[in-house]
Design a protein around this ligand. Sequence first.
Ligand code: SAM
Length: 278
Amino acid sequence: MAASGASATEALAAAIDAFTAAGIETPRLDAEILLAELAGLDRAALIADRELILQPAAARAYSEAVRRRLRREPVAYILGRKGFRHIDLAVDRRVLVPRPETEMLVELAREVNPETVLEVGTGSGAIALAVADELAACQVTATDVSDGALEVAIANAGRLGLGERVRFILGSLPEGPAGFDLILANLPYVPDSDGLPPEVGQWEPAGALFGGPDGTRVIAEVLAGLGEAGIGAPVIGLEIGQGQGELVAGMVRDAGWPETEIRLDLAGIDRVVVGRGG
Ligand SMILES: C[S@@+](CC[C@H](N)C(=O)[O-])C[C@H]1O[C@@H](n2cnc3c(N)ncnc32)[C@H](O)[C@@H]1O
């Protein structure tokens, strides 16, 4: 592929061909993002400059990145980072790659404008850190049962200068009884038998993905745990998967939030259940 002194245009074309042949969904986009990053350019500059010659080190790095992508490793793991709202998060195989639809939970936080937030299952810290970044007076408590994920989140908090306002706890929930203004969670919700694209199923942590036969087991456990520990909030927001809206809304009502709303994402899929009156 991109040999020493290769033209960027040729390296790009070869990568796009290889990605297409491998069945990668967005071959051009992925090839351009990787090359732009490794050549130290933005994508527009890369596309505009058809005469660009890659330095040998950049050509070698690109070859390696293309090789990794052909093994279906997600672009975010190859680059080691992912943008979410206004922050850049370091990510690796210990954490789920933050998804754009998860930004809906940060939007809910902006609507509620809480002083205190509990986020359950923080992964890379995406939600907790974006909330702390956007709501300057807000104190966030973020948990995760995965110590690897928590290490990633704590490092992200430090790098973003948000460590003072986000407290991380290893485990599912903080000690109760406790009250927050808002509880947020994007817990594993993929049904165990669902087939997933290789980028997800082969690379992302299973403990961040699967939620039992119908996908709602972890959500049910956490809702029960909140009640048992006496941890409450007037508003709760849970990310969910396709077709889970009515089921999870019922679980949220049973757990003590009598008014529920199901919000759809841009693709028209049930994506967030909001519970109020808790
Ligand atoms: C779908 S990922 C979401 C990560 C991150 N919040 C995001 O939106 O990108 C779910 C996270 O919940 C964690 N998790 C799984 N079961 C949990 C539980 N019972 N309590 C707390 N965290 C849990 C996983 O380790 C994983 O990091």
